[in-house]
Ligand binder design. Sequence first.
Ligand code: ZN
Length: 208
Amino acid sequence: MSADFSRMAEILTMLDQSEADWIHWDVMDGHFVPNITFGMDFIRAMRPYTKKFFDVHLMIEQPGKYVEAFADAGADGITVHWEATAHLHRCIQKIKRKGVRAGVAINPATPVHILEDIINDIDLVLIMSVNPGFGGQEFILRSYKKIYEAKQMIERNGAKALIEVDGGVNDDNASKLLEMGADVLVAGSYIFKHKNPAEAVKILKRIT
Ligand code: ZN
């Protein structure tokens, strides 16, 4: 969502050549979050431009109604919000039946421990480190502790889920995020505000 939509095909071709591992798509419906971005048809249209993993983050109400359509559009991983569905387990099963990796995201005000009963069923925990809805927000410091708590929960349960951090990631906080236990860092503004986005990816990838 931080990239220039009018040049998306060109940007994906550039990212395909970069060191980025995944392409993260922020889908917003104007209900779960105030903003509206794009849907499955846009993602399907972008699929031919890169072979990179499509990491689709659904910031939408009732995600269970749409996960199959996003899988068919070319998603490799689909993450739904804990806050957006009363039937999280069913939704996760639907995603996995499509052969797609299933993730669950939690907003800044949602505690990590509510994922305890589903942690063994999911491939990814997404910690929102800003309030979902808009790009370019400042990182919420409490997120460090949540990453650490998620890491401990995963180890305690012998689970295999990766921890992804989304929002305000940059070259200042990346090292501490990894140290706390993050496996996947989502960077938007940091990459696309840089005059050479591929170089910004390279800088982040060098941080350990
Ligand atoms: Zn996201």
